[in-house]
Design a protein around this ligand. Structure first.
Ligand SMILES: Cc1ncc(COP(=O)(O)O)c(C=O)c1O
Length: 457
């Protein structure tokens, strides 16, 4: 065991390839279906939204996919990211556990999201795309894609969930500073946005609605615009595996190996990014690390959702995938972890969870902010509310190890900082933040609106 606190890799240690779980997953991938025909999608359908290189990555079963040099050069602006031992937090908890965290908040946009935004912009530029559309919830993904588009000279339209647009003006300004156009969704720019506003002029939006608007804007642009996605799809998860590959090397420098790897889940990309390389070590090299996904009780896709085929968006324009879902018309309560409010989850992660390779837990938001503040006071970094879910679970693991008198090695992913989320901290500190448990009954009702699919996967 090392007596260091920070484990820093050299530029030359930056991974040269991404790791594709589809090569090793013991559970076969389920088909992605066309939302109209309910048949497996063709590359033609997907090519309306994505450049061919990303479609090929989506369906690839190659174990490793080379990271283009142009992408690695840009990664070098902030990667390899540091891995730290949270010694002061361990002390505050008086735990025998060793707590490590991978700090993805050091990227220029403040989260792990540029790890995929940069390659997505790169492959689009390479394919001749001039403009992208996307949605954003909390604003982290929109910021990351704005940054990446500015690097590659692409225009970007961002449909930002209205409640976040109003709560987080500085995220909007950040995106605009990088050159993006940001709209509060639902907007009157798309058919779907107009239909939502006709039904409910005061709609505060949802990620499902914003995805529908961004997809419609790209799909009806006659090829002028493509769509960038921040999570859920396989190519996004793939790009995030740089987190886990670096962490493996850094744990090696620390002379320890994690008993448990923890991360928050919205659509599943930062979790997969850190966890899949450790899962590979479990599957191929006899390691036994537990992989724990943490979600809010307000949007509990894994722990309360049903594992079935559902639409990826509210307007039923995006592909249908098999996932743990709360129903595609899920309009989440206005909890503060905006990036965790999606109704579904990455299909590969759901399949692995269903088969018992991954664990999941849901945590309440007050306990989450309590953990965030404990971490901030001990380690100095104010975490994004999303990342604070992982911190809550890491602290719970450390306290459990203490109760059992065990030395447990815990690694969690700090997916982002919370500098633009201070209004949420203010709500917590002034006692306004409420706990919320998404009702089983709402999930049951939503299941009556699932697509009728004739595939027994
Ligand atoms: C800081 C942060 N962490 C986590 C997430 C959740 O996304 P994912 O599950 O794709 O990592 C988000 C999404 O916006 C985020 O902003």
């Amino acid at each position: 065991m090392s007596d260091h606190t920070r484990f820093i890799l050299n530029e030359s240690d930056l991974p040269k390839s991404w790791y594709n779980i589809n090569a090793d997953s013991p559970v076969p991938p389920t088909p992605v279906l066309h939302p109209g025909t309910m048949e497996p999608v063709t590359p033609d359908f997907l090519s309306v939204l994505f450049p061919m290189e990303l479609i090929l990555q989506e369906i690839s079963t190659e174990r490793y996919i080379d990271i283009p040099e142009e992408v690695r050069e840009i990664y070098k602006l902030y990667r390899p990211t540091p891995l730290l031992r949270a010694r002061r937090l361990e002390k505050a908890l008086d735990t025998p556990a060793h707590i490590y965290y991978k700090n993805e908040s050091v990227s220029p946009a403040g989260s792990h999201k540029p790890n995929t935004a940069i390659p997505q912009a790169f492959y689009n530029k390479q394919a001749g795309t001039k403009a992208l559309t996307t949605e954003t919830g909390a604003g982290q993904w929109g910021s990351a894609l704005s940054l990446a588009c500015s690097f590659f000279g692409l225009d970007l339209e961002v449909y930002m969930v209205k409640v976040s647009y109003n709560q987080k003006p500085y995220r909007r300004i950040l995106m605009e500073t990088y050159g993006a156009q940001v709209y509060a969704s639902p907007t009157d720019r798309t058919n779907f946005g107009r239909s939502v506003l006709a039904d409910n002029p005061d709609s505060t939006g949802s990620l499902g609605i914003a995805i529908s608007e961004a997809v419609e804007a790209a799909a009806t642009s006659n090829g002028a615009k493509k769509y960038g996605i921040g999570s859920v799809l396989n190519h996004v998860l793939l790009h995030q595996t740089v987190i886990g590959e670096e962490s493996l090397k850094q744990m090696d420098m620390a002379n320890e190996y994690p008993d448990v790897v923890i991360s928050c889940v919205g659509g599943g990309s930062n979790f997969s990014g850190i966890a899949y390389p450790f899962l590979r070590e479990n599957l191929k090299n006899g390691k036994r690390t537990r992989l724990l996904a943490v979600e809010p009780t307000a949007a509990p896709s894994l722990t309360k959702g049903v594992y079935t085929f559902d639409y990826g968006d509210t307007a039923r324009m995006a592909p249908i995938v098999k996932m743990h879902t709360l129903g595609h018309d899920f309009v989440p309560p206005a909890i503060h972890a905006g990036g965790l409010r999606y109704h579904g989850m990455a299909p590969s992660l759901c399949a692995l969870y269903d088969a018992g390779y991954i664990e999941a837990v849901a945590v309440q938001q007050k306990a989450t902010f309590e953990a965030a503040i404990q971490f901030a006071k001990a380690e100095g970094i104010i975490p994004a509310p999303e990342s604070a879910h992982a911190i809550r679970a890491a602290i719970d693991e450390a306290l459990d190890a203490k109760a059992k008198g065990e030395k447990r090695v815990i690694l969690f992913n700090l997916s982002g900082h919370g500098h633009f989320d201070l209004a949420a901290y203010e709500s917590y500190l002034s006692g306004k933040l409420e706990d919320y448990e998404y009702p089983e009954e709402a999930v049951r009702q939503a299941m009556t609106k699932l697509p009728e699919v004739n595939i027994s996967a």
